[in-house]
Design a protein around this ligand. Structure first.
Ligand code: GLY
Ligand code: MN
Length: 410
């Protein structure tokens, strides 16, 4: 291949790889970074994407960290970002405009033979493609941090969880004296969470696509269900169905639980054979361009509920519908208590309909919360005790699990 042809090939392949997921417009990620910078009271944000896993942890491939993806839409491992809010002039310090830099590692050509081409600081269109105001070499990060940190020195906000992709590099920067001793560190996670809880139209669209694909997978499971099929076959079929519709992976460990296992909440062995007369709980959904869906359906294995299975199924459905009917935007919450609690509505419904084998009410068999936020994570960030605001995306998923009767409905 001629040099020019090779360069063209390299750029085309890089484009395809860098944005394997469906990305929102650059301006959206830019606006999120700027909004974040306005919430840190002058603090600078420094974050790093995790490195690619090696060994057994590499089995499922690289997935970008949620917050890093939210702010960049980039699926590159090992890259860093710095965001500094605009600052007014103080004393001898001149004003500084809003500043953002994406730090990219230099090309490692021999490694890229294995991992495929990566975006590098010298990629001619890195700025246009990522939408960052500035691109710099990761090797230069220490000097850039020293240059940009505001005077008087302010907080550095980063991901403070020990296992995060930021922990190692921040420690390295500290040792390299990038931050004078008296600088404080803040946790950026709650600040980003306050932005992430409100989904924009583009995020909703991705979630709709993931949900449509997951609905198709649920229908496929309904058509395939029969006594003698294995839970694993149902799970595999569903992963194929949502994968074929663009989902990159399951949004959470697929749960296909039959008979007794329909009552086990986070059952993911999926290694039983479905028996005649079983109920089967199928809690399976895909992730589309990083955004989770979450769908559960309960089926009779042989296509026909027993009277008791139908009774319990209908109580769960009634609780679900009652919670939805009670929902008031800006007032209802997912918390377990309080006058606006949707959980209470569902619990009351379950506790006042039907009985267990001992004549006791069924409330005690509703053993989990009513729902959770969904977004980049299936259990997405957000305060479940706060009133649900426009833009929030959440599940409503009551359930009744009676192990004694091998009967779970969700
Ligand atoms: N659907 C899985 C979960 O919510 O835990
Ligand atoms: Mn769920």
């Amino acid at each position: 291949m001629s040099k020019t042809k090779y360069a063209l090939f390299f750029i085309l392949v890089t484009s395809a790889l860098a944005f394997a997921t469906e990305r929102q417009p650059n301006a959206t990620y830019h606006a999120r970074r700027q909004a974040l910078s306005e919430k840190t009271n002058g603090g600078v944000i420094i974050l790093f994407a995790p490195m690619e896993a090696e060994g057994p942890n590499a089995l499922y491939g690289f997935r970008q960290e949620d917050n890093f993806y939210y702010l960049t839409g980039l699926s590159e491992p090992g890259v860093g970002l710095l965001i500094a809010p605009a600052q007014a002039a103080t004393g001898t310090t001149p004003a500084r405009p809003y500043t953002e830099i994406l730090f990219l590692p230099g090309h490692n050509i021999s490694q890229e033979k294995w991992t495929g081409p990566k975006l590098g600081p010298d990629s001619p269109d890195a700025q246009r493609r990522t939408g960052f105001d500035r691109i710099a070499k990761l090797d230069d990060i220490r000097d850039e941090v020293v240059r940009i940190l505001p005077q008087p020195r302010a907080m550095v906000f980063t991901d403070q969880s020990k296992s995060s992709g930021s922990a190692g590099p921040i420690e390295w920067l500290s040792r390299a004296n990038a931050f004078p001793n008296y600088i404080g560190f803040g946790d950026v996670n709650p600040v980003i969470a306050s932005l992430r809880v409100k989904k924009d139209a583009g995020e909703m669209e991705l979630m709709r696509k993931g949900t449509d694909a997951s609905v198709s997978a649920q229908f496929a499971a309904m058509r395939a269900m029969k006594p003698g099929i294995t839970e694993r076959e149902i799970s595999a079929l569903m992963q194929y169905e949502f994968g074929k519709r663009g989902c990159e992976r399951p949004a959470y460990a697929p749960i296909v639980g039959s008979g007794f296992y329909s009552t086990v909440l986070h059952y993911s062995e999926d290694d039983q054979t479905v028996k005649d007369g079983d109920l089967v709980v199928i809690d399976v959904a895909g992730e589309y361009s990083m955004y989770a869906s979450d769908i559960t359906r309960t089926l009779p294995a042989n296509g026909h509920f027993t009277a008791r299975q139908r009774e319990i199924y209908n109580i769960v459905l009634g609780a679900h519908d009652a919670a939805i009917a009670a929902f008031k935007s800006g007032a209802s919450s997912l918390s377990r208590a309080g006058e606006n609690s949707l959980y209470q509505v569902a619990y009351e419904y379950i506790n006042t309909h039907g009985k267990d084998l001992h004549g006791e009410p069924l409330g005690k068999y509703f053993i989990h919360g009513l729902g959770h936020f969904v977004g980049l994570n299936v259990h997405d960030v957000g305060d479940i005790s706060a009133p649900l605001q426009p833009g929030a995306v959440f599940t409503i998923e009551p359930g009744i699990y009676i192990p004694e009767e091998k009967l779970g409905a969700h």
